[in-house]
Design a binder for this molecule. Structure first.
Ligand code: ATP
Ligand code: MG
Length: 639
């Protein structure tokens, strides 16, 4: 295994974990006391497999816990330090945020929005996005946020599925120096949808938009609205939101989350994983359109009265130093991002981060994909200057909050690059074989979750059968996340990639992450994606697609060197049958590599209409990546 890194924050709590192991139900009950409840629950968990109801009978409100609780103690505490792409700024205190949320909640009420109604939110990364979500939560409406990069068709499918009564959008948003015309896209998306009663438009980009009878201008709507709005006392299991998954493996699923259990999962993990303190300046780069934004931009930080940076725009605009400049300017203490972003930033070398002052940082995090050990070490050394623990957090839209991760806010354990380490207290995971039998340390298998947890999804929106089929049919009594993993002798978990993408080469099973990390550990490789195609003798042969770092040329010598390197790093079994240099890889809008598209191309299969998968901008990107891949494969065949 990897070298370990002994770095922590000085905590050494052994009791919490022990209590959780003894009785996870009363453990979570204890945690739930940290939130404000209007009425106490009468049952901690009703487990009617595979449906879990947490804190049954309890009455709670997410926006009350996110705002009023801090306002009562420290109204002037800064909640949001917002920065636009052009460098403009806004600051909102908890008091201001609460008043704004109340006014907007009253505006929603004036349009007839009631408890249980669905509201679609299609906004750029501006404070109004958070305000819209909390206003919905305040009155018990179910928010469904759609990433503001999605196209009309993707929105149409989602709005149709959730049957939203109201849509909240903006005239436009900024991305890489251009304006994305959001209102225009919404007009197209909801054409002939009679169930959509109103569209609210926040004027942000100052561009001309046409208003129809349904359309209401945000700024007009909140005029004269009271800044008081009592929070609805909602059942703990009342749905807080629907969120569609990233769509890496196919059509996105409408994940439905509840309130009480979800919030306590976030409250606890934000404390244990990020060790949040009153003085922290937290910066999470995730768009709120993804679950990381819901859980660790909106609810987690606000439940703790934290101060955070919110940035609208591209991470590499106007230069790839933008993230480092933001950290320096606001003196960020905690930075949470994705392996994809890190690989992109790493590609440009160390000069950019080194020429900015990153000394305010004390904790680093990553989420979304397995982090290659090479990238982990760069993050640790170049960004964290060997001072900051890294929390590699494994979780999913469905789990609501972090499930496997170091918890430096609770205990100090050695960190290993590429490992998410151990499950958080109160969560039970394991690696099992096809039949659901626990595998010994060192054997690869399927990750499972063995007992309900508070952040667990309620179901898939309007489709209990699909919920059962997707997560509870491979193993009847255990939740199946669909990831391939391995546990080591220290009981540390490492993710090896998606179970569906596992390669079977000459009797060996290889996770995509193992192979990709092998390639990325070569000094010239910035990004790697692998897939397997059928092979008569070996079962499957390995096809690798590599993006090189700045300053490396695609030569046959380099190819040979990389092949020698992977044989050395993993073994001759890992020798790719084809190795292609490309300039980009097809990715989802959340930045994850779409390996199934690579596989289809490598097998020379028709891909069909990719526009249903992704938004237009990204479809163009994916299409050009794919056509480059096709040409490269052809060219390499002829040689
Ligand atoms: P879909 O379910 O529609 O295919 P998705 O799974 O990409 O989309 P998310 O819920 O955003 O949508 O992503 C969760 C997945 O991301 C996990 O199942 C896992 O495969 C991967 N993942 C997240 N965090 C980590 C991590 N720290 N290490 C390894 N993999 C991770
Ligand atoms: Mg998934």
């Amino acid at each position: 295994m990897e070298t370990t890194y002994h770095i922590g924050l000085g905590y050494n709590d052994t009791k919490t974990r022990k209590k959780a192991e003894q009785d996870y139900i009363s453990f979570w009950e204890e945690q739930a006391k940290s939130l404000h409840w209007f009425e106490k629950w009468n049952k901690v968990l009703e487990w009617n497999p595979p449906f879990a109801k947490w804190f049954l009978g309890g009455k709670i409100n997410a926006s009350y816990n996110a705002l009023d609780v801090t306002v009562a103690k420290n109204p002037d505490k800064k909640a949001i330090l917002w920065e636009g792409e052009k460098g403009e700024t806004r600051t909102l205190t908890y008091q201001e945020l609460l008043q704004y949320v109340c006014r907007f909640a009253n505006a929603l009420k004036s349009l007839g929005v009631k408890k249980g109604d669905r509201v679609t939110i299609y906004l750029p990364m501006i404070p109004e996005l958070i305000i819209s979500m909390l206003a919905c939560a305040r009155i018990g409406a179910i928010h469904t946020v759609i990433f503001s990069g999605f196209s009309a068709q993707s929105i149409r499918d989602r709005v149709d599925d959730s049957k939203s009564k109201v849509i909240i959008t903006a005239d436009g948003g900024f991305r890489k120096g251009t304006v994305v015309k959001l209102k225009e896209i919404i007009d197209q998306a909801i054409k002939d949808f009679d169930f959509v009663e109103n569209v609210i438009i926040f004027e942000h980009a100052n561009i001309q938009v046409s208003y129809t009878k349904k359309d209401k201008k945000w700024q007009d709507l909140i005029k004269n609205k009271s800044s008081l709005c009592e929070a609805e006392k909602l059942e703990s299991v009342h749905p807080l939101y629907i969120l569609y998954t990233s769509g890496t493996t196919g059509k996105p699923k409408g994940v439905l989350h509840g309130t009480g259990g979800y919030l306590i999962h976030l409250y606890s993990t934000f404390k244990w994983v990020f060790d949040i303190k009153d003085s922290d300046i937290y910066f999470c780069t995730a768009d709120i359109g993804w679950v990381t934004g819901h859980s660790y931009v909106v609810y987690g930080p606000l439940l703790h009265g934290a101060t955070q940076i919110m940035y609208e725009g591209a991470p590499d605009y106007p230069t790839p130093a933008r993230m480092w400049k933001i950290i320096e300017k606001y003196k960020a203490t905690i930075f949470y991002t994705t392996p994809t972003a890190l690989r992109m930033l790493m590609k440009y070398g160390d000069d950019l981060p080194n020429s900015n002052n990153l000394s305010s940082l004390r904790l680093l995090g990553t989420v979304g994909e397995p982090i290659n050990p090479e990238v982990w070490r760069w993050y640790y050394k170049t960004i964290g200057k060997e001072r900051c623990p890294i929390v590699d957090t494994w979780w999913q839209t469905e789990t609501g909050g972090v499930m496997i991760s170091p918890v430096p806010g609770l205990e100090t354990i050695p960190l290993k690059p590429g490992s998410a380490t151990r499950p958080i207290p109160g969560v039970l995971v394991s690696v099992v074989d096809e039949n659901g039998k626990d595998l010994p340390a060192g054997t690869k298998g399927y990750l499972v979750i063995k007992q309900p947890w508070p952040g667990m999804l309620l179901t898939l929106w309007g489709d209990d059968e699909k919920y059962k089929a997707v997560y509870w049919s491979k193993y009847k009594t255990m939740y199946y996340p669909g990831d391939y993993a391995i546990k080591d002798t220290d009981d540390y978990f490492s993710m090896l990639g998606r179970a569906d993408d596992v390669l079977k080469v000459a009797g060996h099973r290889l996770g995509t992450a193992e192979l990709e990390s092998g390639f990325v550990s070569h000094k010239s490789v910035a990004e790697a994606a692998v897939c397997g195609i059928p092979h008569d003798v070996k079962g499957e042969s390995i096809i690798a697609f590599l993006v090189l770092k700045e300053g490396f040329a695609q030569t046959p010598q380099l190819k040979d060197e990389i092949i020698a390197h992977i044989r050395q790093a993993i073994g001759p079994i890992a020798t790719p049958d084809q190795l292609h240099f490309v300039s980009k890889l097809p990715k989802t809008r959340s930045g994850k590599i779409m390996r199934r598209l690579l596989k289809a191309i490598a097998k020379d299969e028709q891909i069909g209409d990719i526009s249903t998968l992704e938004d237009e901008a990204s479809v163009d990107e994916v299409r050009s990546a794919l056509s480059e891949l096709r040409q490269t494969i052809q060219k390499n065949k002829i040689k």
